[in-house]
Design a binder for this molecule. Sequence first.
Ligand code: GLC
Ligand code: MG
Length: 249
Amino acid sequence: MKPFLFVTDLDHTFVGHDEALVELSQLLIQHRQAYGTKIVYATGRSPALYRELQVEKNLLTPDALVLSVGTEIYLDGGEISDPAWSEILAPGWDRELVVSITQRYPELELQPDSEQRPFKVSFFLQQSAAGDILPQIETELQKYELKIKLIYSSGIDLDIVPLTSDKGQAMQFLRQKWKFAAEQTVVCGDSGNDIALFAVGNERGIIVGNARPELLQWHNEYPANYRYLAQDLCAGGILEGLKYFGFLE
Ligand code: GLC
Ligand code: MG
């Protein structure tokens, strides 16, 4: 067996099916010990909300953490987001300006303070309003020459982040740093903010069986033979996919 780079979303992907999570975690830990496989969590959660989940589900310690939808990368258990990554995100980003422009839209409700991050402004936005309002906000922000991107997930979460940032670009940063080929990299997800993981290159992809309509719709529009749509839910679907691609026996 060869080492691989394992990158997974947490909520409703790695986490959500407790028995399968125990089995998958054991296999990943063994693979890491035996072959040098690397494990990365890529989540929308902030450090505070990540720690809550980590304790609640006793998550295994990863080799790197991609938090706040890819805007923060933590290596080797460190407390400070990788400065080389922050340098890539900073040009064309102006947090205060994003906040002040978005105040004009009453449909946007700010998420809790813990989820407002240096390179991420997050709101709740109802699905019924999203179709109309998202293009308007994007156009408005671009008028100010902000280099930003809107990421809408799960019919409720809106993240505004630097254009150079998302889970996919953060994953590529780690893949290149650790020198894993795209063929030896596998990414797993269930919702809108995971599309970037699947779309950025030709890494192997596992879409779990409980995936959200926004991800399934994207997958149907852009099918690829290096992407696997699992039957089983959450970690069960990941196990299925890792066997399908031959990363696990
Ligand atoms: C997590 C974060 C939230 C974000 C969402 C989607 O739930 O806590 O801030 O909007 O992921 O990326
Ligand atoms: Mg998820």
